[in-house]
Design a protein around this ligand. Structure first.
Ligand code: UDP
Ligand code: MG
Length: 325
């Protein structure tokens, strides 16, 4: 089959580490893990025996770690990075990328929304010379209308505002070559918007359409507040347009108030003053106050991010590793 590797290729790859590294962040995914492993194993074994799954237990509160340890004991290709607390999916992915030893690396959700069977096609496209094969959803099943609309708006917005283009309807599910991973590892920022970073590094990228399935079990860990912050993260990490917007807004207010000032002065000179201007004064005052607060807020977003970056804290704390040196 065309996704299978020749003996020669397998041998070449085995020298460096394993062939396929799966990166699987898990936060309270206890019910999904066994099924995830079974389905993934079937797919991977068809391609090569030489694979690993790097699970990241992102501070789960349920039996996730216990289940992972069980999976590790029945198959040592299941490796675990156990975080000291919940650091969020982007950081969990980063840790997985740090420890992955494969020639090709595939981040995937553990709730089986991303079908593992797509990996055959990914490997095929990789063998044809693509460095990144990203899975693009054609349909989003089991997601609300509102979520679809907001996701759509977000991608439109971010692609207009930033110089890099982030493919629409694309999550973190993708295959990447070792060299792409090595480039990604050089990006050390604390605020990590992975989708943006994936695009930022460049290389030959190709889209692979697929249908996103509903969750196997459990519920989504994202709510609208998290998504909103995620969107702000994406925009501020890759664009300073909001800062420029503040400048233009300030300039606009300056010009209009200047014109307004001239009108008032002329009126006073011609008709004299009759101490009437209370409404217009209030409007101007409130308007100016509002504009100032917005711009200070925008600047604050960026200053806050600079603050977090300069602290240079480690991105995550590992409690314990299983199956990884
Ligand atoms: N996840 C994680 N840390 C978190 C939240 C989520 O590692 O703080 C993992 C989760 O276990 C799953 C993946 O990220 O494997 C995607 O999460 P989810 O399915 O909740 O997001 P959705 O598919 O609804 O966007
Ligand atoms: Mg999911």
């Amino acid at each position: 089959m065309d996704f299978e590797l020749s003996k020669e290729e397998t041998r070449e790859i085995t020298k460096t580490g394993c062939f396929i590294s799966i990166i699987a962040p898990a936060y309270n995914e206890y019910e999904n893990l066994n099924f995830f492993y079974q389905r993934m194993k079937t797919v991977l074994n068809e391609i090569t025996e030489n694979w690993e799954i790097v699970f990241i237990n992102d501070g789960s509160k349920d039996e996730t770690l216990k289940e992972l340890i069980r999976l590790n004991s029945i198959d040592e290709r299941n490796k675990i990075i156990d975080f000291s607390r919940n650091f969020g999916k982007e950081i969990a992915l980063t840790a997985g990328l740090d420890y992955a030893s494969g020639q090709v690396i595939i981040p995937i959700d553990t709730d089986l929304q991303d079908p593992p069977e797509l990996i055959y096609e990914m490997i095929k496209l990789w063998k044809e010379g693509n460095d990144v094969v990203y899975a693009t959803r054609t349909k989003r099943e089991g997601e609300t209308f509102i979520k679809k609309i907001t996701a759509h708006l977000f991608y439109d917005f971010i692609n207009k505002m930033t110089k890099i283009s982030i493919p629409k309807n694309t999550g973190d599910y993708r295959l990447m070559d070792r060299k792409v991973l090595d480039s990604l590892k050089q990006l050390k920022e604390t605020h990590r918007f992975m989708k943006g970073l994936f695009s930022w590094v460049g290389y030959k990228q190709i889209s692979l359409p697929y249908v996103r399935e509903p969750r196997y079990a459990g519920t989504t860990k994202f709510n609208y507040w998290k998504l909103w912050n995620f969107a702000i993260e994406g925009i501020t990490s890759f664009s300073i347009v909001p800062l420029q917007f503040a400048t233009y807004l300030g300039f606009f207010v300056f010009v209009t108030s200047f014109i307004y000032a001239i009108i008032i002065i002329t009126k006073t000179i011609i008709f004299g003053s009759d101490v009437k201007g209370y409404p217009s004064m209030m409007v101007t005052l409130l308007f100016m106050g509002g504009v100032q607060l917005i711009t200070v807020g925008v600047i604050g977003e960026y200053v806050g991010r600079i603050y977090n970056e300069v602290k240079q804290r480690p991105l995550y704390i590992v409690n314990r590793k299983y199956g990884i040196k």
